[in-house]
Design a protein around this ligand. Sequence first.
Ligand code: PLP
Length: 378
Amino acid sequence: MDTYRRWPVAFVEGRGANLTDAEGKSYIDLVGGIAVATVGHCHPKVVAAITEQAQSLIHVSNLYENPLNEALAARLASLTGGMRSFFCNSGAEAIECALKLARKHATGRTRFVATTGGFHGRTFGALSATGQPAKQAPFEPLVPGFVHVVYGDVDALERELTAGEVAAVLLEPVQGEAGVVVPAEGYLAAVRELCTAHGALLIVDEVQTGLGRTGAWFAYLHAAIEPDIICLAKALAGGLPMGACLATPEVAAAFAPGDHATTFGGGPVQSAAALAVLDAIEEEGLIERAVHAGERLRGGLGRIFGVDAVRGLGCLLAVTLDRPVARELASAALAKGVLVNDIGSDVIRLSPPLVIADDEINRALMLLREAWDEVRTA
Ligand SMILES: *Cc1c(COP(=O)(O)O)cnc(C)c1O
């Protein structure tokens, strides 16, 4: 169906931060499959894990024990102070699980507070949480019970919480689709405090920001807060579809057998791939790499577009252009062999593989500068 405005290019091979198209031309990938290819394209460990697991067992359903799934849950627990996991197949599904879990846990409280500009996915629950009227309007009526407050506005959040009946507050620790909006210092801590004071759960959507992208295992760690529920997906299984909803044991206990389910979620192949991704992040120091590569990229972007035009955290960056030519810039960059993501008429987003090398960053910046010069003078 006509749901995407696709670029006229087909990639046939990927290695690290490099892609090759059907004509043999190579590209530096600053999109990373939309923040998915954290460990790089076709990471050898991930490829080996998928290949080996696919040769022994691909699927049995969740009716039976699944040691790989348990090993993955244990790894995620060790990264989150003992949270329990439900595995699914996408970010939107992780959000759906979080919303159902929060309502079941809250017994009687049915409202959710989310944020304007926030993005949580396209299924009805996730879309209802998504604070972007243009994405919602054609599909109304949506799931009832959602209100949105301005991202960063603590007073507005307090008013909604004081109004009562709030099961959970849902937000991204850095808004990704909205154009990489990093909240002011202290915002997430204030949100956490208010949720606790009003007995509402705090759900952090780390689908885009999680697993090293921002220079920490999770972006909420920059604010030193403890969420009740965490949603993951994108980078989790190295490009295979996988999401996870993590919750503290107390919150997770609200689900009993039969409350929530999935046929494919947490399957052996995805779980093996995810374990390989977590290994690679750890063994290759990719969280520190996200900080370093992010700084280098940011510095270079600042020299091209102006320091004030660039924002982000780690390797999740965006640039606001001084004119609405993001599509033209992405197109000119593509022609030169660099992928960037135009996410607004005047905004490009960069979420490269964290394995991107310094010389690849330098080259990508040089080509981006050429592309910008072309577009600017056109
Ligand atoms: C991509 C994204 C989602 C939705 O994930 P899908 O796998 O596309 O359903 C949800 N939340 C955030 C923050 C995202 O970036």
